[in-house]
Design a protein around this ligand. Structure first.
Ligand code: ADP
Length: 311
């Protein structure tokens, strides 16, 4: 009996020791966790502080860009007007040497005005101060409008613009590609892509504009050229601000380096995607998608009264 009491006491002692050990460990773990929680809270506090500082800085930067751009645009427009008057000869005869200098001044002033307009455009879109004017639009009509707008530039570069006919799948309702969006903005995307295609195409080549329905909800538009193409490692970066395939492209082609960034912003606002594919030296294709809506052209139905009637 005595030995059982001793054994019972010993096992009680061992259990208490195990429990004490577990308690000490749990206590230590809880203390560590509490420390980690305090650290995590501190880090979160620092992050939110940094975020709010960053957003304040972003707002200040946007306001600064906007103010500087507006302040620059007004005097630049008047300089451009004066240069235009001088070079037109209305004010008096200008000799050939001066005329050449005036021509350079006009080209550079135009480029600066374009750059400022693009910066303001992008800034307005990204700050949400340029809401879309949404209405139902025909992609086909916009494509035709873009071709008409860009034909003089294409003619000057002896490049041919072609609007491809609808695919066989759309043959039943060939012009039936509609979307809800801002027609002016989509036209801006189309003309920018066509203008780039013209700039980078050799004379005598063709540029094709094609629209097709991918599925019930999405339409795709393609602008395909036979120009110099774009290297694979630049296909994505050209959509970033001021990114060019070649650093001299902007100067040589009169661009601003903001056109594709603006296109991406407009297409994203419409819920679509934009990207480029290319075979270097053979040409590039710019693709963008838009959420399509059911066709507006009424589906030809068989008259219920007279099945052979074509009313
Ligand atoms: P930019 O005003 O300089 O044309 P974009 O943002 O429209 O600015 O285009 C950025 C760059 O992408 C161009 O400078 C050029 O290097 C390249 N790029 C755009 N379109 C084409 C094209 N169709 N073929 C070859 N390169 C192109």
């Amino acid at each position: 009996m005595h030995i059982f009491s001793i054994l019972g006491f010993l096992s009680l002692l061992a259990t208490s020791a195990v429990l004490l050990f577990a308690f000490v460990r749990a206590h230590r773990t809880i203390r560590d966790l509490a420390e980690q929680l305090t650290q995590a809270r501190e880090q979160q506090h620092q992050h939110s502080l940094q975020l709010s500082q960053r957003s304040e800085l972003d707002t200040l930067k946007d306001e600064f860009i906007s103010t500087v751009s507006h302040e620059l645009r007004t005097p630049l427009t008047s300089i451009r007007g004066a240069l235009g008057l001088l070079s037109s000869g209305i004010i008096g005869d200008v000799d050939a040497k001066a005329l050449n200098l005036l021509r350079i001044a006009v080209t550079n002033t135009d480029r600066l005005i374009r750059l400022i307009n693009d910066i303001l455009d992008l800034e307005r879109m990204e700050s949400g101060r340029a809401p879309l004017q949404i209405r139902r639009c025909s992609l086909r009509d916009l494509a035709q409008q873009a071709i008409d707008t860009m034909t003089p530039m294409a003619d000057a570069n002896t490049v041919h613009l072609a609007l491809e006919p609808s695919t066989v799948a759309q043959a039943a309702y060939p012009e039936a590609l509609f979307f809800d969006g801002d027609a002016d903005r989509i036209l801006q995307v189309l003309t920018n892509l066509l203008s780039n295609a013209i700039k980078f195409s050799p004379p005598g080549t063709e540029i094709h504009l094609r629209s097709r329905r991918i599925d019930a909800n999405e339409a795709e538009i393609q602008v395909r050229d036979q120009g110099r193409g774009i290297p694979a490692d630049k296909l994505e970066s050209i959509f970033e601000r001021f990114h060019q395939v070649d650093a001299s492209d902007s100067r040589a082609m009169g661009g601003t380096g903001l056109g594709l960034a603006i296109c991406r912003s407009i297409i994203a606002q419409h819920g679509g995607r934009i990207w480029a594919t290319s075979i270097p030296t053979k040409g590039s294709t710019f693709h963008f998608t838009l959420p399509a809506v059911p066709t507006e052209i009424s589906v030809p139905m068989v008259c219920p009264a007279f099945p052979t009637c074509s009313c």
